[in-house]
Structure formats: structure tokens, C-alpha cells
Design a protein around this ligand. Sequence first.
Ligand code: NDP
Length: 499
Amino acid sequence: MQEMTYGITLPEKPREFGFFINGEWRGGREMYERDSPSHDVPVTRTSRCTPEDVNDAVAAARLAFDDRRWAGLPGSARAGILLKTAEGIRQQREEIARWEVLENRKPISQARGEIDHCIACFETAAGAARLLHGDSFNNLGDNLFGMVLREPIGVVGLITPWNFPFLILCERVPFILASGCTLVVKPAEVTSATTLILADILAEAGLPAGAYNVVTGTGRTVGQALTEHPDIDMLSFTGSTAVGRSCVHASGDSNLKKLGLELGGKNPIIVFADADLEDAADAAAFGISFNTGQCCVSSSRLIVERSVAEKFEKILVDKMKKIRVGDPFDPETQVGAITTTGQNETILNYIAKGKAEGAKVLTGGEVLDCGSGRYIAPTLFSGVTPSMSIAREEIFGPVLSSFHFDSLNEAISIANDTVYGLAASVWSKNIDKALTVTRRVRAGRFWVNTIMAGGPETPTGGFKQSGWGRETGILGVEEYTQAKSVHIETGGRSHWIAS
Ligand code: NDP
């Protein structure tokens, strides 16, 4: 092992992973090698699965669902396994955090915090597994009794992105398992390690073979095969709106599988003159820089009341300049490298476009040299107009565009001027204004005088082109069930055919 600064070691040679089907590890495929985006050394090697591997994984999940080894258990037994998994993750917190940093480059302190959230997801879903229930109708007259059963939808395909490899996984997997479904997961190829590590933790916790299967490889081959597979009952996809759209086509062209989609965002943070400007500026700096802005709920559009705009932007610039960007293993680091070379180029292209279209860089806008890896300084653009690409398109980087407004209605109209509707934040000490904005801006998650707050108890998901369906919370379990209406006649039938 090579010694690193900050007491963390880089692997001497990349860790090799197989893929996981029916409770067993398989290998022997072409391998993909992943370099640490912050350190530029190879850290993992994962399998490039084939469409035949996808068929095997789906068949294993199908059998595990149909023979009721998982769905047939009492909710309390499923809850027990989810709680043991939570404990298993807790025990491996440091190990999981290390692989998240190595493959994804997020700061170690952030990775640890995310893993604590993942543990909470398993614990919350365990409670939901015990409480999940249907409904009954005792009001259909004395001769008829109605019940609504909640049944698991079946085999779920799960495709996850690279920006929160373990967190997004854990915001889905325990809730899907709580419902009684079985799964085939395909992580983003560049960040597959922690999805594979979870396979062992689940198996040790007692999850039956076939309930959680992982196939690794590219989206084009493995992801596409899942979206088209006729034996997958529901597909949960998190990633770009473009691929989300292709999932819709693939579902329509195959078996009309149900879709859960969590897609892009261009999320507003609305600041009124009566807000605590120091608090709001801290939130705005955090909202755009957290996870290097590679976050679907990043607040990438600042909409600030004109009377305080200049003052607010000055406070914000001062805070953004103080953000500690650097080696993610440094416990003091707040922002690490950009996760992929492609994403780095995308962000730099948007910065160039913003400048070319006439917006003014108030801070950032440049590459930072941190020894190895690709780093971009948190960037604030002012003078942004609605038609500019930095105003309309998801950049998925630490680039914030500032707009100014004169009235509440104008603030709402700018906030809603997007095809997306994932999240929003409003800052005001006036409850009337804050609540009016909350009710009129179309977004699936809303924060009032705070940002990115909340746990796995509440649902997540988007309005408009940000997606379909909800994950986490009770709704996140019900999403993976379907309702069956049952009518039971008591007493004799009143005959249709005269005797
Ligand atoms: P993608 O949508 O391409 O990737 C997300 C997941 O989908 C990955 O697992 C990927 O696999 C897989 N995938 C790719 N193509 C297909 C396909 N045809 N069928 C099924 N699955 C597929 O996102 P990118 O990584 O290309 O990022 C591009 C942009 O998407 C970002 O700049 C950002 O704007 C947005 N994005 C949004 C996210 C969110 O949380 N809402 C998350 C990630 C990206 P693989 O990567 O292995 O090829």
C-alpha cells in the first residue's frame, strides 16, 4: 500500500470486483479500470457484463420473487434483515467512505455523512416494511366487503448515477426491498465499487439469494438491456433527462414496465430583501458547491431581490472565495475534484459559454491546480438573462447564475421559467411571502430558510421534466407496490338469471 497524506492510503494496485448474481460472485469478463479522479491513479477494476449476464440476473431476481422467498416473509422478517444491513454498513463506514472518495472524489467528511444517511435509509425502510398495509371498505353494504391489498410490483431494475453512488443506491434499495420486490442493479460504471460492497453486506444480513443482483458495465450495453428487458416489472432510473427519455421509449417498446425517474434540475434559490442575508449567502454558497455542484438538487439559479442584489452578491462572493477546495482525503476539504474528465469539460464549456454570452464572472470561473485531478473554483455569474444557456441548462458543476427581481410575482415567474422542477429554496422572514412562493413554485422538494435539509422520512422526486414518481419515505415504498382491489360477497348472491 502507498502512504498518503492525511493518514489515508491509496491502493497499490486496483481492487478487482466480480459481479453478483443469485448470491454468488461471477467474473471472467472484460474489465474496466477506474482512476481516482482526485489522484489520477487506478483504484478499481470492474466487469463489463454482457446482455446474457443481464438475462441471468433478471432470471435470478424473477425466481426469487416468484417463489416468494422474500415477498412471502412477514414484514417483520424483512425489517430484521434491513436493520442488520444498517448495522453492517455502520461497521464498514470507513471502508465504504474510502471507496466513495477513491472512485467519486467526494470529500471524506461528506462521504462519512452520506453513509450515516444511508444507515438511516435502511432503518427507516425497516419501519416501513412493518407498517406497509392496504385498506378496507366496510361501507359497501352488508353483503359486500372490500379490501385493497398492497402487493410488491415484482422485479425492479435500478440504474444509478456517479454523483452519489452509495447515497442514491441506499435511497432506493431498502425501500424496494421493504416492499417485497427483488432487484437487479446497474451502477454507473465509473463508481461501481460501493454497490458491489453492499451485496456482501446484504448477504451477511440474511437477504435471500437472488433478491439483490448487481451487473456492472456501460449504460449503453447493460443499462439499455435492463430498460428493454421484458421480465422487469419496474425500472428506477436516476440520471440525465436524455437517458430518462430513452427509458420511456424502451419501456413503451417492450413490456410497458412502470418507471420511476429522477432526472435533471435547474433549481432556484429565491432571496428576498428581508431575509437574513448572511444565512442566505451561506446557503447559496453551499447549495452550488456541495458535491462540486454535481448534484441534482444543486441550487444553480440565484433569484435575488434587486434592492439587495449587489450587497448580497458581495457577501456571497466573499463566502465562495473561502470554500476549501482540494484533496478529498484532507478532513478540512469542503469541495473535491470533478468526477469525470467528460463532466469537467462540460462544466468548463458552460463557463466559456456564459462569458461569451455576456454574463459577468463575479468569482471563480477558473481551473484550480491541486497537484493531480481536475478542480474548478466555485463560480458566480451575474447579469444572466433568461435566454442564456447557463440560465436554462443543467450544468452539473459549481456554477451559479444570478438573476434579479422587483416583485414577488416576478420572482415566482423566474423560478418557474424552466423545464425542470426538482427542488427550490426560499429565504424571507415574512411568512406570507415564503409560503406563497412555496405554494406557487413547481418543485418536488422545497426548503424555507434552509437548504438540502431533511432525511429519509420524506419523499423525494421531481415535477415537470425532473421526473416521475417518488423515492424514500412511505411513498417510496408504496411506489414499488401495486394496489389490488378485492370484493367479498357475504350472504347469498342476488341472481342475474331468473330461475
Ligand atoms: P447518464 O444519464 O448517462 O448516466 C446515469 C446512469 O445511466 C449511469 O448508470 C449510466 O451508465 C446509465 N446509462 C447511460 N446510458 C444509458 C442507456 N442508454 N440506457 C440505460 N442506462 C444508461 O448521465 P451522465 O453520466 O452522462 O451525465 C450527464 C448529465 O446527466 C450530467 O451532466 C447531469 O446533467 C445529468 N445527471 C443527473 C443526475 C441526477 O442525479 N439527476 C445524475 C447524473 C447525471 P454508465 O455511466 O455506466 O454508462
